[in-house]
Structures are given as C-alpha cells and as structure tokens.
Design a protein around this ligand. Structure first.
Ligand SMILES: Cc1ncc(COP(=O)(O)OP(=O)(O)O)c(N)n1
Ligand code: TZP
Ligand code: MG
Length: 479
C-alpha cells in the first residue's frame, strides 16, 4: 500500500492499559468514527497467538473503514495478516533488513530522535518517521526526548513525512504547528479518554487546521537558462524538484541553445539580477545556493554582494566556462573576478578538469595532478573542491578536497554520449542534498548516484550530445 501523507494527520496507537470495561475493538471503532486516519497495534506483553488474533480483528475493523493498519515491532505478525505496514524503533530490527524482508509494497515506519537517525532511516527505505518523545510521557518511560528545534531539523532534513509522538494532547499540540510535521501520533490522548470518539474528533479538527500546510527545504539556482532544457536553470530546477527540494531561480542570462551548440546569449542586466536576488532572499530564504553560468564581471559583483548581504549558506559554485558542446560561456576578465569575489564565498567548488586547470594554473594529466590542483584551489579560496574526473584521466572518479583531506568518489562508467548538463545537474544535486541538511560527503555521494541514474536511463533526444532524464526515478524502470 502506498502511504499518502494525509494518512498521517492523526495516527492512533492502541494500548490495552485503558480499556475501562470496553474491548479493544470497541475502543478502536470509536477512534475511527472520531476521525483517526491511521492505526497501529502496539502490544508489548502479549503472546504470539493472542497478538495475532487481536491483530486480525483490528485489521478487519480498519479495512472496513479503509484506514491503513500498521503493526508495531512484530514483523512476523505484520506479514502473516498482510498488514499495510510495520513500525520499528532504533532498538528493534534494522530498517534496511525490515525493508529487505517486507519488499516495496508494505509501509515501513521508523522511529528517530536525531537528524542522523532520520537521514539513515530514509536512506534505508522508511516511508515515514515517528519522532519523539516531543513532550514527556508516562506511556513510554524509556523514550528519548526530542526538542522542537531537533524535530524541525529532522523535518527539513528528510523528504519522507514525519509524525510527532510522545505526550501530545489537545492542549499542547499547537506548539508543533510550524515544525514541518504532517500529523501527530497519540496513545493516551485517545485511548485514556472517557469519550474516545469526541477526544479523537477534537484532535482531528485541530490537526486539520495546524498541519494543513507543509514546509520543505529550499534551494536557489543562480544560473543561465538553457532553451533546450537539458542544462542551466532548467536542469537545476528539475534536479532540485526530484530531490524533494523547492527550487527558486535568479537568471543570469537567457541562452538560445540546443544539444549542438549555443546560438546566442542575452545577459540579464546587473540591476535586474540584483532585483531577482532581493526578491528571493527577502521572502523564501534558501537553505542552499547553486551558482552556474555567470559570464561577466558586473554580474559577479552583484552576486557576491547579495550573498554577503543575506549571509547565504551552503554555496555550491560550478565554475561554468565552456559548454558540453564546446561554446565559451564566460568572458576572459570575468574569470579573475570569479576568483577574487565568488570563490572565497563558496562552500564547495565543482570544476571539471579544464576548469580546474584554469583556476589552479597547472596542467592536469594524471590523478596526481588532480590532487595537486584541488589542493591549490582549496587552499587558495578556503573552500572545499570537488574536482570532476574526465575521460582523459580516469572514468567517472571525482576527488573531494575538504578540510585538508582527500576523498575519491568512484563513479560507474556509463557508455552514454548524451551528457549535456551533467555539470549543472551534479552541482544542483549537491546543493539539494545540502539544503536537506546532509553533510558535504554524503551530499556528493548521493549526487553522484543520482547522475548515474539519470545517465543510465539512456535518454535519446537531439542531434548532438543530448540531455539526461532528470526524472528517471519518477518514471520508474531504467537500466
Ligand atoms: C508512529 C510511531 N512513532 C514512534 C513509535 C515508537 O516506536 P519504538 O521507538 O520502537 O517504541 P515502541 O513503540 O516499540 O515502544 C511508534 N510505535 N509509532
Ligand atoms: C510509543 C511512543 N514512542 C515515543 S513516545 C511514545 C508514547 C506515546 O504515547 P502518548 O501519546 O500516551 O504519550
Ligand atoms: Mg519498537
């Protein structure tokens, strides 16, 4: 079953501690009538056969109301009754192993209380996260406590939906409003209440108001438009979008180009670029910025001034100089200005071999030269450098020089001549991952995997070096 994030608005978790003369079935029916949107059976002290019987019975109730039914902890029971999903905590089974056993069809929920746990759970195949305890609770005394700030960071760092859990009541849930959660998960606020139906109804009505809107990480691309759609602004926006990041743009130039070359360039005026940057930074502040084609000194002045004025973070500079089709995309004197004004602001620079030669001033003929050039660039501009390997030196292996350390990223060599926009796409993928709160190494690693996927689709468009399929993961099958 595919999880819709609206399903997580009000997540009811069963507990026999407060049966109060009712059966679990009766209580559950009340909660569902009151508006619970998803149900989890949580039995900590039951033998297997009783757990199984109860799971079957509660599952039937949920199915008759078309509500997803999740089993806590017990993967065997989840599989035996063909539940919609399973929820595991950090102390239970490893999420990766659970995913391998349950396959793609079943929902996997994972508990997380830190950004690291959340990112790992997403990577290991979780469909949603339960994050808590956000308030103190006597229902689970050993639960870690999670601050509002950490909850917010977790929501920003992952693309999968998050529910908050732990000590949530009708009266305290308002403070969770802008954290980025999709809903709340409760036990006692439903099952310990005298009127379960009314209590659920109240929680549901408030959840609908509080969690109707969603936040998402934001990345800004400052680059040129590519009319053919494979590179530049268009590639950046597609890449950021499929990464679950909201894309903003400030356009430095319009180019008339296709896969065979660049016919003409119409540059934005410095004033107009400045207005675009003011508009973006003063309203939807980006979590990361990617900078691509900037062809003249005046535009570089504007960008560096605005990045400083707005204290921009996670700046990825792709020093675009020559297009894949061989057209020059920067004026000679602008390279000097790039070095003086923009590179020192970068978190990471992503030159290819010819660009690294121009920036470092040395010829690159071997992997040792790549190491030397990256060190010269990184030490000079006090930023990290991802020097992208090329045909002549190695296949698809890139070198990251960061904080005085080198790390090679080994890429899969893909026999595909359609490489239009690979540089733009890689730097946008890195910016997207940084916007989501990932560290630089993880951002580079995942960006490289993304490029491999986009190239492996073997999209065949245009008469020259064609574009990749940025949305390969949305379109399913690829080689
Ligand atoms: C939705 C949701 N979130 C978190 C939990 C807690 O799971 P876990 O950490 O494994 O603790 P137990 O519930 O097993 O005690 C959950 N069950 N559901
Ligand atoms: C299962 C769980 N995981 C973290 S806190 C918690 C208990 C939630 O129960 P309540 O809503 O009664 O605080
Ligand atoms: Mg558990």
């Amino acid at each position: 079953m595919k999880l819709d994030k609206k399903d997580l608005l009000l997540y009811a978790i069963t507990d026999r501690s407060w049966l109060n003369g009712m059966t679990m079935e009766e209580q559950l029916k009340e909660a569902i009538t009151g508006g619970a949107t998803i149900v989890q059976i949580r039995e900590k002290n039951m033998n297997y056969s009783d757990f199984l019987e109860e799971a079957k019975s509660l599952y039937k109730i949920c199915k008759s109301s078309n509500i997803p039914f999740i089993v806590n902890d017990n993967i065997d029971i989840a599989r035996e009754i063909n539940a919609d999903g399973i929820h595991v905590g950090q102390e239970d089974m490893d999420a990766k192993d659970v995913r391998a056993i349950i396959g793609d069809k079943m929902i996997l929920g994972v508990s997380a209380s830190t950004v690291e746990e959340a990112i790992k759970a997403e990577k290991n195949g979780a469909d949603y996260l339960g994050v808590g305890a956000v308030f103190s609770t006597s229902t689970k005394k050993d639960a870690d406590s999670v601050s509002y700030e950490e909850l917010k960071k977790i929501c920003d760092a992952v693309s999968i939906p998050v529910v908050a859990i732990g000590g949530i009541t009708y009266d305290n849930m308002d403070v969770l409003k802008d954290s980025g959660i999709c809903g709340i998960s409760v036990i006692s606020a439903i099952f310990a209440q005298n009127d379960i139906r009314k209590a659920t109804e109240n929680l549901k009505n408030k959840s609908e108001k509080l969690f109707k809107y969603h936040k998402m990480p934001v990345a800004l691309t400052i680059a040129g438009s590519d009319s053919s759609g494979g590179a530049g602004i268009q590639a950046d926006i597609k890449t950021m979008t499929v990464h679950g990041v909201f894309a903003e743009s400030a356009i430095t130039a319009l180019t008339a180009q296709n896969t065979t070359g660049v016919m003409s360039v119409f540059e934005s005026s410095p004033e107009f670029l400045s207005e675009q940057l003011d508009s973006v930074f003063s309203d939807i502040y980006p979590n990361a910025v990617k900078i691509g084609m900037v062809s003249s000194c005046n535009l570089i002045h504007v960008i560096s001034e605005k990045l400083r004025e707005y204290n921009a973070k996670n700046i990825v500079v792709d020093p675009v100089m020559i297009s894949t089709s061989g057209s020059r995309l920067i004026e000679e004197d602008a390279i000097k200005t790039l070095k003086e004004e923009l590179f020192p602001l970068a978190s990471v620079l992503t030159p290819n071999i010819p660009e690294a030669e121009v920036i470092s001033g040395i010829e690159i003929k071997s992997t040792e030269d790549m190491i030397k050039a990256s060190k010269i660039i990184g030490d000079n501009f006090k930023c990290a450098v991802l020097c992208k390997g090329g045909h002549s030196i190695n296949d698809a292996n890139d070198l990251l020089y960061s904080n005085g350390e080198f790390r090679w990223f080994y890429g899969k060599r893909i026999e595909n001549n359609n490489t239009h926009g690979t540089g733009c796409t890689l730097s946008s993928a890195i910016a997207s991952n940084l916007a989501k709160g990932k560290n630089l190494e993880m951002s580079v690693l995942e960006a490289k995997n993304y490029i491999s996927g986009a190239l492996s689709y073997m999209l065949d468009l245009g008469k020259g070096s064609g574009p990749m399929n940025h949305a390969f993961s949305v379109h399913g099958e690829y080689k």
